[in-house]
Design a protein around this ligand. Structure first.
Ligand SMILES: C[S@@+](CC[C@H](N)C(=O)[O-])C[C@H]1O[C@@H](n2cnc3c(N)ncnc32)[C@H](O)[C@@H]1O
Length: 222
């Protein structure tokens, strides 16, 4: 039987509180309500960004664009915010919010890219509604994206990826770029920036699958 040391538990809680304090004190971090008052126009959104370090690197490479990392966990986001502060970036922000709230966070048809990186796969069928590629989320993304905007997905779970491709096709998205092994492909270097999850698993022989898709004009008319 595993022994749970109560002191360890207290330390862990304190640590979480400490990370939340870092989130609250960072000028780059926003609770949802604060962000709604902020009103910055955003080009690129990552949903379920975790520590957001992937987006920090993307923002560093593209100082002419604006970026927002979304996650429900502020203690994770603060890590990316601290790195962005250290790099002196002023084009990336970190917002604690849920994916189903995005229409309240960004203007309709204003975003050029939405990234979903290693989203929780929720493998049980009864939880499929929580997958960030479920049709009810795809509809929200379509509302936010510009006419020429893209939804970009990276994932290591073949079942989740396959299911997501099926949802995209069913929802009339047009697949633009597709790879079942991104890091062996000729696709753009930006796509190959490693996320924290990717970094952890890639060494174990898993491969990254990649798709970028656009709402087809047929889908927009329907
Ligand atoms: C498996 S992690 C991947 C993190 C990061 N994208 C990476 O690749 O390192 C999934 C992340 O999605 C976040 N998440 C899950 N459901 C969410 C939702 N509905 N809205 C916003 N974030 C969510 C979790 O808190 C977690 O940080």
């Amino acid at each position: 039987m595993n022994f749970v040391d109560p002191k360890q538990f207290i330390i862990t809680r304190k640590r979480k509180k400490y990370k939340f304090a870092l989130f609250a004190n960072s000028p780059l971090c926003f609770e949802m309500i604060e962000w709604m008052a902020h009103k910055v126009s955003i080009d690129v959104v990552e949903i379920g960004a975790g520590n957001g370090l992937f987006l920090v690197e993307l923002a560093t490479r593209h100082p002419d664009k604006t970026f927002a990392a979304l996650d429900v966990k502020g203690d994770r986001l603060q890590k990316g915010a601290r790195e962005a502060e250290q790099r002196g970036l002023n084009n990336v922000w970190f917002v604690r919010a849920r994916a189903d709230q995005i229409e309240e966070l960004f203007l309709a048809h204003s975003v050029s890219e939405i990234w979903l990186t290693f989203s929780d796969p929720f493998p049980k069928k009864r939880s499929s509604g929580r997958r960030l590629t479920h049709p009810h989320f795809l509809k929200r993304y379509a509302t936010l994206l510009r006419a020429d905007g893209s939804l970009i997905i990276k994932h290591d779970n073949p079942a989740f990826f396959q299911w997501s491709l099926e949802q995209l096709v069913a929802e009339k998205w047009t697949i633009e770029e597709l790879s079942f092994d991104l890091h062996e492909s000729d696709l753009a270097d930006d796509y190959k920036i490693l996320t924290a999850y990717e970094q952890r698993w890639l060494g174990e022989g898993r491969v990254t699958q990649f798709v970028s898709a656009r709402r087809s004009s047929r889908g927009l008319i329907d």
